[in-house]
Write a protein that binds this ligand. Sequence first.
Ligand code: GLN
Length: 188
Amino acid sequence: MTVAVLALQGAFFEHEKMLSRLGAEYFEIRQASDIKSNFDALIIPGGESTTIRKLLSELNLYDEIKSKIQSGMPVLGICAGLITLAKHITSDVENSDRSLEVMDITACRNGYGRQLGSFFVRESFNGAEIPMTFIRAPFIESVGEGVEVLSTVDGKIVAARQDNMLVTAFHPELTDDLTVHRYFLDMV
Ligand code: GLN
């Protein structure tokens, strides 16, 4: 199994370490030609969603990535990646670059505030307690039918799955815990 890691900006290296620990092959997508390689799944890491969205369009990756996801390719979106996958974004939308608009969730960008939004908790993900690191994170304000909620923290949805799409508002790659990545690889 080969997982592509979108490596335009943000915390992609840490995902590669998790994938190695789980024995999965990976490579980085940095430009349009990289997307011609064969891969079975994609990770869109955390970072700055405005930058990621802008680069997806500028580097001509947008259409191909969107169509692969719509055809059922498993995708994991972390934090800014969650925002990039969301059909709706309710706050702090700074530019007009489109999100991929594939997952039926409404993301509240910088939902915990812009500066003081970083914190750590242990909470349940799909029934298992795991460590969760939040960094200027969004949360999910609402989900459509067909979206399964996998985690809530203080009443806010912070992890969800719709068919081939998995998102977390926290950064599992910044802890030692492999639960989320293992769950994702089981979707492939
Ligand atoms: N606040 C960032 C954004 O809106 C997300 C932060 C992150 O990915 N850790 O894009």
